[in-house]
Design a protein around this ligand. Structure first.
Ligand code: SF4
Ligand code: SF4
Length: 392
């Protein structure tokens, strides 16, 4: 296993265990199976374990596994505050105490504001006394590092990075998201400020493995260096020194074995020009199975109404090869779940964007199609309610 450092010099394994995807037996986590897999990873050197208040049963299961095996002190626990459920300052303590109880621990090594959407949400928490609360918990040793997890766009991410003295952050990042979400630009921005970046969704929830179009698979199979789609995705991440730790939601022993091997072998800067070329071709193959030939160049931006045109087409295209509900949710997380929404419902069909598109895409027409697919009326209506909630 290889290790990279947090701000305070703590060495965390480059592979983190994502505890969101423990297998279930009926409605309940199969704790014995999860225990075998988690302990195999810990014995192989994994010391970063990621969970959250809202991952059903996950915190309790992790606490039980660590207690049964008496290995709490060998690992670092990352868990997340569901700040979006908080209505008053007392609730912060209630959630935190419950999380420590579930995890059977007296301290949380890495505590995150879960899915922090924008600086307005952070300001709202600060208004509840969150900064003072963090200071108190750090002083008592109950929290060792404070961070946030994020699913929005690059400018929002950068603004959040600048909004507080974070110890670390967590972003969705993989070769298909190189230029969306926080993206490479966001990763490098945080790293340049000395903020360690933990990566989630390295395989897009398994989608860079299970839903790869056949042409992409063939390209990998024909390449002289034989690697599985998962190994390529992990190596692309480890190649970047700005990446501190990559979370993987492992729920088979084969996954644990492969992920541990790759995390032990892959070095930053090891990718050759040919390797990058392969990944570009794979991305092309994924993108070719799509509806709109948008390259994400953003020449059409900014839209005077604030519509995020490239992200709308990116997600519309994803519907061709990824599960619909996941794509819709992700699109809404990036564009809709913030005070200043940038989703397609804001388009007034003015046409200003079309003059600038080098691909000559009939943007207005395609946005109408995208809206039908990504934000049908009930969803649009529900998002209005979510934004009203965020404003209070
Ligand atoms: S047509 Fe829609 S997306 Fe294009 S500039 Fe006008 S409002 Fe923005
Ligand atoms: S200008 Fe055209 S190709 Fe570029 S992001 Fe906008 S719609 Fe896509």
């Amino acid at each position: 296993m290889q290790y990279r450092k947090l701000k305070d010099g703590t060495e965390v394994s480059v592979l983190g265990y994502g505890c969101m995807r423990f297998d279930k037996k009926g409605n309940r986590i199969d704790i014995d199976k999860a225990e075998r897999e988690v302990m195999a990873a810990i014995e192989a050197g994994v010391n970063y374990l990621d969970t959250a208040y809202v991952y059903s049963g996950s915190e309790e299961a992790l606490g039980t596994i660590l207690e049964r095996n008496q290995c709490r002190d060998k690992v670092y626990i990352a868990t997340k505050l569901p700040h979006y459920l908080i209505k008053n300052p007392k609730a912060v303590d209630r959630y935190f105490d419950e999380q420590k109880k579930r995890l059977k621990t007296d301290h949380i090594d890495l505590y995150l504001m879960h899915m922090l959407p924008d600086t307005a949400a952070w300001d709202k928490l600060a208004g509840f006394g969150m900064k003072e609360w963090i200071d108190r918990k750090k002083a008592s040793g109950e929290i060792r590092n404070i961070g946030f997890s994020f699913h929005g766009d690059t400018p929002t991410f950068k603004a959040l990075i600048d909004a507080y003295d974070w110890d670390f952050c967590q972003i969705q990042y993989n070769y298909l998201d190189e230029n969306t979400q926080a993206g490479k630009e966001g990763l490098q921005y945080a790293a340049a400020k000395g903020i360690p970046v933990v990566i989630m969704e390295p395989l897009r929830g398994g989608r860079l493995v299970k839903y790869l179009p056949p042409r992409a698979k063939k390209l990998m199979e024909a390449y002289p260096v034989k690697r599985s789609p998962a190994e390529w995705a992990f190596r692309w991440l480890y190649n970047q020194p700005e990446v501190t730790c990559v979370l993987s939601g492992m729920n088979t022993m084969e996954m644990v074995t492969e992920n541990v091997r790759v995390a032990s072998e892959a070095m930053p800067g090891e990718f050759t020009k040919r390797d990058f070329f392969l990944i570009e071709k794979v991305k092309e193959a994924i993108n070719q199975s799509v509806k709109v030939g948008c390259t994400g160049c953003a020449y059409c931006m900014p839209c005077p109404q604030g519509v995020d045109i490239p992200n709308t087409f990116l997600n519309y295209n994803k519907l061709a090869y990824e599960p619909k509900t996941q794509v819709m949710l992700e699109y809404l997380q990036i564009t809709g779940m913030k005070r200043d929404n940038s989703d397609v419902s804001k388009c007034i069909q003015c046409g200003a964007c079309e003059k600038h598109c080098p691909q000559h895409i009939p943007i207005r027409e395609e946005l109408k199609n995208a809206k039908k697919a990504l934000m049908p009326f009930p969803v649009e209506h529900a998002m209005k309610g979510v934004r009203l909630f965020l404003k209070h």
